[in-house]
Write a protein that binds this ligand. Structure first.
Ligand SMILES: Nc1ncnc2c1ncn2[C@@H]1O[C@H](COP(=O)(O)OP(=O)(O)OP(=O)(O)O)[C@@H](O)[C@H]1O
Ligand SMILES: [Mg+2]
Length: 361
């Protein structure tokens, strides 16, 4: 291919494409990107990319990794703002630029252009109204259920032994439904989190102890803590709920007979920040990882595990991770997951407690 063809392809690409130099400055961009920025390539070239482009996701670490290993990076459904217009939901594709060390090429596909915007919105609001509906139902169904269970227990008193199995079944199944309903209600009852200093290691310890006594008895739970980790800010009870849910999922992923290993890992990463679409950023230096050696996320639901009612288990409600992600969101934190067979990592990133200096930070 000669230079002319290359230039032709570059300017015909219908999606915004940007070259990023090793110092994270804009190296060049195609006409579609000029349109996206509403500015000329000439003017933008040389400017720090992350000053011009606000991406609502902590990209730095993954970008650095992609650059180092020469692997592409795909980020879906993030808000991308340019300062000159309201943020758009986009998919980003970033890849090392062949033949130029340390350079990257980034393609920005606004979801609107792909015609999927409306769909993603309706899915989200459908999930929301599904929760609202379920909450209402949960409330209404619980009382008659208690009646059914009570009646079954009364009937069982006069039954011959061989029929007891049936009433036991009624009682067990109603209990199961009540539990599910309680979980749905828990979702609705979630209030805004307290914002107090929290020792993350205390939270992890409480989760570890309660797991070891119950649902995680078959697991080996290892602690790998950074003892100098500063205090987080948040609601200790809600954060406990988060960790319990993650440890429970990890325990359920393991073979119930042979068990598995869960590692609770904490460390500090001062460079971890989120960028909001409006350009503001927040530092989330406290990292908490719950790592298991189970089979990994099922392929068919791996993109949707944080949505309510998505479950890969026969008896799962699919509300665990939805609750987790709501709580972490309410804490202005970030949750991510990285899963391959044999190693699944759920990572929580939280802001640190700043005491008196909170406002100035
Ligand atoms: N550590 C993990 N390893 C493998 N798969 C996981 C892991 N964590 C979550 N998953 C998958 O994600 C799904 C959704 O998890 P979530 O906690 O939201 O619901 P659930 O565990 O199925 O139900 P519930 O939490 O209400 O009991 C799970 O059903 C499981 O398939
Ligand atoms: Mg769960």
């Amino acid at each position: 291919m000669n230079d002319e063809t290359e230039a032709m392809i570059w300017s015909s690409l219908p999606v915004p494409a940007i070259l990023i130099d090793p110092d994270e400055n804009i190296g060049d961009m195609n006409p579609a990107a000029e349109g996206f920025f509403n500015n000329s390539a000439k003017w933008l070239t040389g400017q720090p990319i992350w000053d011009r482009l606000a991406v609502d996701a902590p990209l730095e670490a993954s970008l650095a990794r992609a650059r180092e290993h020469g692997t592409p990076l795909f980020v879906n459904d993030v808000d991308v703002g340019t300062g000159s217009r309201p943020p758009l939901v986009c998919n980003l594709q970033i890849a090392p630029l062949q033949g130029r060390d340390g350079w990257m090429i980034m393609l920005i596909s606004p979801r609107e252009l792909a015609g999927r915007m409306t769909q993603s919105h309706s899915v989200k609001s459908a999930a929301k109204s599904a929760i609202g509906m379920a909450e209402m139902l949960a409330h209404e169904i619980k009382n008659p259920l208690a009646g059914i269970a009570g009646a079954a227990q009364l009937v069982s008193m006069n039954l011959p032994k061989e029929d007891l199995e049936l009433t036991d079944l009624i009682v067990a199944e109603t209990r199961r439904i009540v539990k599910l309903l309680e979980q749905v209600e828990q979702f609705g009852n979630l209030s805004a989190p307290d914002r107090v200093p929290v020792n993350i290691h205390d939270v992890l310890d409480r989760a570890r102890r309660s797991a070891a006594l119950g649902f995680g008895a078959h697991m080996k739970i290892m602690e790998d803590y950074d003892p100098s980790l500063p205090m987080a800010v948040g609601d200790p009870d809600q954060l406990l709920q988060v960790v319990l849910n993650l440890v429970k999922n990890a325990s359920e992923a393991a073979d119930p007979k042979t068990g598995g290993v869960i590692r609770l890992h904490t460390f500090y990463d001062h460079s971890f920040r989120t960028r909001r679409a409006d350009g503001s950023g927040q530092s989330l230096p406290l990292q908490i990882e719950i790592i298991d050696d189970g089979p990994g996320l099922p392929d068919d639901i791996r993109g949707d595990i944080f949505d309510p009612f998505v479950s890969g288990k026969e008896n799962g409600t699919g509300l665990g991770l939805a609750l987790v992600s709501k709580i972490i969101n309410d804490h202005d934190g970030w949750i991510s997951v990285d899963s391959v067979p044999g190693r699944t990592v759920f990572r929580l990133s939280l802001p640190r407690y700043r005491g008196e200096t909170k406002e100035k930070a």
